[in-house]
Design a protein around this ligand. Structure first.
Ligand code: BGC
Length: 726
């Protein structure tokens, strides 16, 4: 297996290759663009957790100026992929080692000029990126090289940076700026070991060199560091200092440090599949994305829905992180899982404020959460393709399952890791506040003697403001159960902490009774005579029409399917797994027959308009032992960022980028679906359901603080062996 993806020269693929060849290190993400690319090619170095807002446009993450900018010239003639068709071009991502390599040759003036570049975003020195450039020519030729920090980077709702200041030191170029709204400082510092280049001039944040190329290649290195006001008091000093340290080291030792970290991560996280090289490649590529964007360095940040591939989706954190990515981290890198969950503790004040804003108690988490937990979801989140007017959507106000997703995630983490500390450090408070929120959101329907959750949006966003969405109600019930179990567990194991937490959350014994009552009396839609669960009240009375028929009704392929007038809104066609998601989470409460019947009912009605959908259909098909049905959904999920075949627009709004939730979903489908990994009676258990072609599936997990290796071979009893925790 090569652990590499490659692409040749294709100007139409520049945007999708930017995603596919992304490098990231948890702190920043550098799109897979060429050294000479700029804003039009969507060159971007997206910084996690640094946001800005311009006027009343959407608040979104800031892309730092490009510290690895490099371009070749022959006087006024630019020799680059933007101006010349290359005689050879190959772009490679080595996802085992986190390296981006490009090799380009230009036929120019009866000569051949070759340019190679190998870059990485350092996995330990998170502010550092390094590029090794090698140039040669068949016949001697003297050319000019422009190297510097380019401000022409991709911006959706920018420009975000103002007050640019350059400092030209003998061996460094420093570019500092401020964000527009909050005036946060950001600095990019760059140095080139240019001993083989002859400096012609320096202009602002660029330096021009002359170089004579011959068949004997010359190599030099560009180092760039990026710091911002979220990292430290003085980003400029920090950027310079970090650059000095890196510059004093050589490329080879920096690369070694970097690849060593990758090696360690793969030792923990790799999944081996024998017998299906496509699935093997796809799962590793998916895990590469998760590992590269994992926030290993901080517990106040989390992973945005499009990872670090740009500003799409406002750089916001959705339920994607807890429900799709967290399981992977929880099983193989619990410290990252802890960081991600800690972000929800850190942003609890935002969730409390949002609940209050809508007149509720407890914690109503942001649907699209930014750095302090503020909700970036606009009331008009989609633009109508016909009128070009913003459409009122209710994701912010009504997608209340987000709080239950988070409570569920905390409890799942606790049950798998037995890490009480996270609960005591704020996790318990999060859970109690989420339970309080549902209690206060619910209505008690007197004549039916039950609690109901009305006017909500479930995971299927095409149907807004529905009553009694099965997923939401079931999850709210589970949230109460979690709160009750937590209360009991703390009373037994940490009574003093419990007392403090109850004071902080303003809960008393009587509230326990309320939670219990909600748990007993919340209405959760049950399977009907045909064993189907109605997604929400009156869903069955909507027009029952195929996805294809609904698609044919579109007048524009960017048209939004949901909302008040969308083509799917009055039909049973749904965007993504909804009831099926519920069956994934709560499968033990339903019979295999019920699970299968619902899968058969809902799948043909699902558009899979979200990249979050296919993996859940794969997982649930495994629950009723049909790996043949599961397999294509698994492959769809696992190859999502390889093929780039996903929806690129919601209305007129661009939503492309990488898909970490689908990457996490691929792991879930492989390990929990096909591998059948679960916990029973506090023991790991595997009940494999391997696809036909898979001869072997092997992976690791850390359970209750102990490391295990799991080997599943077709036709043999699976082996779970304890590893040395070193
Ligand atoms: C999906 C949501 C998801 C969001 C971000 C939307 O298209 O419907 O479930 O959280 O994308 O990935």
């Amino acid at each position: 297996m090569s652990w590499q993806v490659r692409a040749g020269y294709d100007p139409n693929q520049i945007v999708s290759n930017g995603n596919k060849f992304l490098l990231a290190n948890g702190y920043m993400g550098y799109r897979g663009t060429m050294e000479e690319y700029g804003a039009e090619q969507l060159a971007a170095n997206t910084i996690l957790g640094l946001y800005d807002q311009v006027g009343d446009k959407w608040r979104e993450p800031v892309n730092a100026p490009n510290g690895l900018f490099f371009k070749l010239f022959d006087q006024a003639t630019e020799i680059s992929l933007l101006t010349l068709k290359p005689s050879f071009h190959q772009q490679t991502l080595d996802y085992q080692q986190g390296l981006h390599i490009r090799k380009t040759a230009f036929s120019y003036n009866e000569n051949t000029i070759t340019l190679q570049a190998e870059r990485f975003l350092h996995m330990k020195r998170l502010h550092l990126m390094v590029d090794e450039i090698t140039l040669a020519a068949e016949k001697p030729i003297t050319l000019q090289v422009k190297i510097g920090i380019d401000t022409a980077v991709w911006d959706i709702n920018g420009p975000h940076l103002i007050n640019f200041e350059t400092e030209d030191l003998a061996d460094q170029i420093i570019l500092s700026a401020k964000t527009q709204r909050e005036h946060k400082n950001i600095t990019v510092a760059q140095a080139v070991n240019a001993s083989k280049l002859n400096c012609l001039k320096k202009e602002g944040q660029f330096a021009y060199y002359e170089v004579t190329l011959t068949p004997e290649p010359i190599t030099f290195h560009i180092f760039a560091t990026t710091f911002n006001a979220n990292d430290c008091q003085n980003p400029k000093e920090a950027a310079k200092k970090e650059l000095d340290v890196a510059f004093a080291m050589d490329f080879a030792s920096l690369k070694k440090e970097h690849t060593q970290i990758w090696k360690g991560l793969w030792e923990k996280a790799d999944v081996e599949i024998d017998g299906d090289s496509k699935a093997q490649e796809a799962i590793r590529y998916s895990l590469y994305h998760l590992l590269s964007i994992a926030p290993r360095h901080s517990d106040t940040v989390s992973i945005p829905a499009r990872g670090l591939s740009g500003q799409t989706y406002k750089g916001a954190i959705f339920w994607d992180t807890e429900m799709f990515m967290l399981p992977f981290f929880m099983h193989v890198l619990p410290e990252v899982a802890k960081n991600i969950l800690s972000y929800r503790i850190y942003t609890l004040p935002g969730a409390l404020a949002k609940a209050k804003e809508y007149g509720f108690n407890g914690a109503f988490y942001a649907w699209e959460s930014q750095e302090l937990g503020q909700d970036a979801t606009s009331d008009y989140n989609v633009v109508d393709v016909f009128t070009k007017r913003p459409m009122r959507t209710y994701f912010r106000d009504k997608q209340i399952h987000i709080s239950g997703d988070i409570a569920y995630a905390f409890w799942q983490y606790y049950e798998y890791t037995k890490d009480l500390e996270l609960l005591l450090k704020g996790g318990a408070q999060v859970i109690f506040e989420c339970a309080k929120f549902y209690y206060s959101y619910a209505y008690y329907k007197v004549e039916k003697n039950r609690f109901e959750l009305i006017d909500v949006i479930g995971p299927d966003e095409y149907h807004e403001r529905v009553y009694n969405n099965a997923y939401t109600n079931k999850l709210a019930q589970k949230t109460m159960k979690i709160a009750l179990d937590l209360w009991e567990m703390l009373a037994e194991n940490a009574p003093e902490d419990l007392a403090e937490i109850l004071t902080a959350t303003e809960l008393m014994e009587i509230d326990k009774e309320k939670f219990q009552r909600f748990y007993n009396e919340i209405y959760v839609p049950q399977p009907n005579d045909a064993e189907i669960i109605e997604q929400f009240d009156n869903y069955f009375s909507l027009e029952d029409v195929s996805v294809t028929a609904v698609r044919k009704r579109l007048l524009d392929d960017k048209e939004y399917w949901g909302g008040a007038y969308g083509v799917a809104a009055d039909t049973q066609v749904i965007k993504q797994a909804d009831v099926i998601f519920m069956l994934h989470l709560f499968g033990e409460d339903y019979t295999k027959s019920e699970i299968q019947k619902n899968w058969e009912y809902y799948e043909p009605r699902t558009e899979h308009g979200s990249s979050l959908s296919a993996c859940i259909y794969a997982l649930v098909a495994c629950q009723f032992d049909n790996q043949d049905w599961a397999y294509p959904y698994f492959m769809k999920t696992a190859t999502v960022d390889l093929t780039g075949e996903t929806k690129q627009y919601a209305g007129t709004i661009y939503i492309g980028g990488t898909h970490p939730a689908a990457n996490g979903g691929a792991w879930l489908a492989a390990i929990k679906g096909f591998g059948g990994l679960s916990v029973k009676n506090n023991q790991l258990q595997v009940t494999p359901k391997l696809p036909k072609s898979w001869q072997r599936l092997a992976f690791n997990t850390i359970f209750n603080g102990e490391s295990y290796h799991i080997e599943i071979e077709a036709g043999k009893t699976p082996r779970i062996s304890k590893k040395n925790n070193s």
